[in-house]
Design a binder for this molecule. Structure first.
Ligand SMILES: Nc1nc2c(ncn2[C@@H]2O[C@H](COP(=O)(O)OP(=O)(O)OP(=O)(O)O)[C@@H](O)[C@H]2O)c(=O)[nH]1
Ligand SMILES: [Mg+2]
Ligand SMILES: [Zn+2]
Length: 324
């Protein structure tokens, strides 16, 4: 039997089987489906070795229902992933799967409370682009927006380089129709720092939903890491099958699976310049004469903040210029 992983930790996973019939336990959102608590059969699952977590919401698995307890099952295998959103988990020194097979990454930010953090967006967009997953920016808490030239300029720049920016409010409902339409018939994953309102957005998208949301830490003006485990939920009312994955807020997103030299291929306005510097692919884009990236920054074609993000990510991924 096939199923969709909707939640899971190290070894116990909630799997929703396809279909569902009368009398089946209903999903938290009220929709029908058979929900089973599953363990992995054997010690390792083939094809997903080496990850910090073997399975994530969005994974499609083969399961065998427990003959004695029909609410339990064993996971026999996992289907090959088409796409995978990961981050580098420093603690485990391994790649951590945030979502399997997402069609869309919703990079959530806020104009205030917590403060606008474009650097986080740069990283989230880089990760999505390098994984080949379409990404959009969702600026939640737009009800709190007070004219701020810096924020507007950065959001405008993200639009210019090719990202859609949705200005929404989970609180007032502003812009939520647009978000609803965008996610219809897709599997989307919310990615953002703690307190930006990821769970609140899901509560707004799914009327029957009541996920716990958290207050902000007054002293530091940031979230309190309320959501602790990712979960895939079905969004009703869109005809086909629409799923959205809530994730715990990330304090810092360390890019995963990207080589230092390849960063520029996954930063949209940098990519067309890749290989065009005088020193070609070996340019570090820091000191070399004839560097097309530095020229574009000087000419205002690449935003200085994006360049700064690029340098920091280069440093973090190890080596920067020493590597060249
Ligand atoms: N003013 C305003 N507040 C909002 C909005 N959306 C969420 N909030 C508030 O922001 C706080 C944090 O919301 P959560 O939904 O818990 O944020 P989260 O991103 O899920 O946080 P973590 O689970 O910690 O990652 C709560 O107090 C919400 O009520 C909004 O659109 N406007
Ligand atoms: Mg949350
Ligand atoms: Zn260069």
């Amino acid at each position: 039997m096939k199923g969709l992983v909707i939640r899971g930790s190290r070894n116990i996973f909630t799997v929703r089987t396809e279909g569902g019939s009368e009398g089946c336990p209903s999903m938290p959102d009220g929709s029908r489906g058979v929900v089973l608590e599953c363990r992995i059969k054997g010690k390792v699952l083939k094809g997903v070795e080496g990850y910090y977590n073997p399975l994530a919401p969005g994974d499609r698995v083969d399961i065998e229902v427990d003959p004695i307890n029909p609410r339990k099952g064993l996971i026999l295998g996992v289907e090959e992933r088409i796409r995978i959103l990961t981050r580098f988990n420093r603690k485990g020194q391994a790649s951590q799967v945030l979502a399997a097979n997402p069609d869309l990454v919703l990079c959530v930010t806020t104009p205030a409370s917590p403060p606008f953090r474009p650097r986080f967006l740069d990283r989230a967009l880089l990760q999505a682009d390098s994984a080949g997953i379409p990404a959009v920016i969702v600026c939640n808490k737009w009800d709190l927006f007070e004219a701020n030239p810096d924020t507007e300029e950065r959001l405008q720049n993200f639009s210019t380089i090719g990202y859609s920016v949705l200005r929404v409010s989970a609180l007032t409902g502003e812009g939520m129709d647009g978000l609803h339409a965008l996610i219809a018939n897709r599997l989307s994953v919310l990615l953002g720092q703690s307190g930006v309102g990821k769970s609140s957005l899901i509560n707004a998208l799914i009327p029957s939903m009541n996920i716990r949301v958290g207050s902000l830490n007054e002293k530091y003006d940031r979230g309190n890491h309320t959501t602790t485990m990712s979960v895939a939920l079905e969004v009703p009312g869109s005809g086909g099958q629409t799923f959205i994955i809530d994730t715990p807020g990330l304090r810092h997103l360390v890019p995963d699976g990207i080589q230092v030299r390849d960063i520029i291929y996954s930063m949209r306005e940098f990519a067309p310049l890749a290989g065009k510097c005088t020193y070609g692919r070996s340019c570090s884009h820091r000191i070399e004469p004839g560097c097309k990236i530095m020229e574009a920054v000087a000419a205002g074609k690449i935003h200085e903040d994006r360049y700064e993000s690029f340098l920091r990510i280069q440093d973090e991924l190890g080596g920067a210029h020493d590597r060249y």
